[in-house]
Design a protein around this ligand. Sequence first.
Ligand code: MLT
Length: 407
Amino acid sequence: MITINEHYLKLQASYLFSDIARRVATFQQNNPEVEVIKLGIGDVTRPLPRACIEAMHRAVEEMGAEPTFRGYGPEQGYAFLREAIALHDFQARGADIQADEIFVSDGAKCDTGNIQELFSQDIRVAIPDPVYPVYLDTNVMAGRTGEFAHGRYQGIVYLDSTRENNFVPSLPAEPVDLIYLCFPNNPTGSTISKAELKTWVDYARANKALILFDAAYEIFIRDESLPHSIYEIEGAKEVALEFRSYSKSAGFTGTRCAYTVVPKECTAFDRNGNRQLLHSLWNRRHCTKFNGVSYPVQRAAEAVYSEEGRMQTRELADYYLQNAASVRREMQALGFSLVGGENAPYVWIDGGRDSWEFFDMLLNKAGVVCTPGAGFGRCGNGYIRISAFNSHENVEKALQRIRQALS
Ligand code: MLT
């Protein structure tokens, strides 16, 4: 008899963004005349930067000619891209990361979901609340939690991110082995200072723990005192992996390219307390289960680091940050307290009521889709997240409709 992985049965009915998409589809079916404006899932709307398109075109031509055609590439990514990443994203910021510590992939969602395969089932996992649901759900699937009760999975150490701590969680009160952090944060848009991040790195070093640092939104940082990478913190290479993505930085949500940094010094322990290199384990996993990102897409990602590419991606991020500024301005004028949107594309708004109720009200009365904070965890209840990923025109229209709906 074929039996299932019963841990899947503990999961909430569906993935947050699928649930929202279903509700929006039903609304649209019943109200076909309403032009729905989506400020929910963080999906980009601007076209790819010119530099990326041109590089991709050239690479496609290469694939069409025998002398330049390429078959399977290296699973870890082509050297041209790994070298550009190491140089521009890390060494230029004083972080000593080498090209062979970079693993190119098709998404930070997949990488943050897959990485937990490397760890044993009985580790203690610390996850912020609210949180990008992938970190939690993949640990549920792996059997690291008990049942879901009162809005939380048993066995997880939740790190509350609330107004009281400025949406930067405090160190856990009990010992943990694996810690998920994301800054600039999804969903709250909050940021972490170097001093605060150092306390996490020091904690991990003192407790033989590992930090999974999701920096998918670093391109939106405008306050240059903030860390873009955890490797700007001394000692982090021994205790942290970092995830990056071109989805939000270069508009690659549909193109797919990302990478994970696994420093050679970074270790975890076997049952006998011996240190094992995570680099070797992830390399083994990557080679076995992944066949690399397509050549034209890696050339497009490489173009992000050209002079034009750097300028164009910066302009892209600025475009969305202008939307975030409008959202902040308008929602504050309407009397809401909020965070985010200054160094992040998300604005986290205290709606002062149940977040699904607020979501339904905005959808039904304004035809605007947001993300209910409760979908990101118990601490998200009462909040909604508004994403800046849309055109200026649509964001202005959405804000006008929200104003009308609330008046
Ligand atoms: C979000 O809206 O939280 C993100 O778009 C999800 C993702 O990047 O997978």
